[in-house]
Ligand binder design. Sequence first.
Ligand code: SOE
Length: 379
Amino acid sequence: MTLQVGVLGYRFMGQAHANALARLPMFFEDAPEVERDVLVGRDEAALSDAADQLGFARTSTDWEAVVDEVDVFYNLGPNHVHAEPSIAALEAGTPVFCEKPLAPTLDAAEEMAAAARAADVPAGSAFNYRFVPALRYAKGLIDDGELGEIHHVRGRYLQDWLVDPDAPWSWRNDEEMAGSGALGDLGSHTIDLAHFLVGEQAGEIERVSGQLQTFVDERPVEDGETPDDEAVETRPVTVDDAYSAQAQFENGAMATFEASRFANGHKNDHTIEIQGSNGSLKFSLERLNELEVLREDSRGYETILVTDESDPYIEHWWPPGHVIGWEHTFVHENYEFLSAVAEGGEFHPNFEDGLAAQRVLDAVERSDERGAWVTVENW
Ligand code: SOE
């Protein structure tokens, strides 16, 4: 059976996922057959061009009709568009793959997770960094007890695209549309990765103490510019430009998390370090084929190039040392999600995992408001 896929959203994430769908049949011979059936958006002209570029058979400006017609619905829109179409698709019994973070708010995330529980079809949260081979390999080491008792997690996600005060306003700067700024956009990745890597060993994140900061509180609106390049309109920035938090896991492990869009010189620098009683590991997205591992009794970190055929997903690509890139993580997550849809299997990260990350985001926001530690609401 060929899965007819409907996709809402056709910019950055639309390209990343369309590229992944196009490459699946070339590199994952047991992947389900998929057709890029319908691309959903609002601007018909832009939509038509995007459908041609991304290889979709048709377009629609009516997501409510689409969610009922397709076998799988991808929600790649801005955060404030995640809930309603995803819930409608799930209520129609259509599996959903939704970009991260799950929602702008904890309430919306809870509604989405409830709809997924009721629908009992795969509902995926597109935390793509779980599908980096080096991080899958890292999880294997941790789950095999190579690091021993987990004591420390240090997650950082640094970018610099907003350090220029004239960088234009976008939906990512608006609380109504995004929910939060660097916290939700980048921190959600790091928090989900911490759950993925150490959740089985260290348990849930029980409490957090965090702070949010906005360095530039209004920005020029790109399409508001006049011919003399003078922005005629600015819009307020109502979310954080950066956040930092400390957290404690159930087993007592200590975590520090931070993210910034003002970290000069860091383009897409997502790093995570984990220290345990018997060993440690370090990962950086800017060197995503490598994992640094400190094993028991060794004197220093060893750098492992995670590109052997036996390493996660690598058998589908190239010989050892022919490194892969950021876009391959989308191919891996699409392979796993669509296989779960075709075979009726379980996919992680699902909406429960997305909700678990959202609870921590919410706790960091509450802690910032109160200037105190707060517990993460897990009920
Ligand atoms: C922000 O610029 C962003 O595109 C995030 O939204 C993505 O989730 C991240 O993978 C790369 O940076």
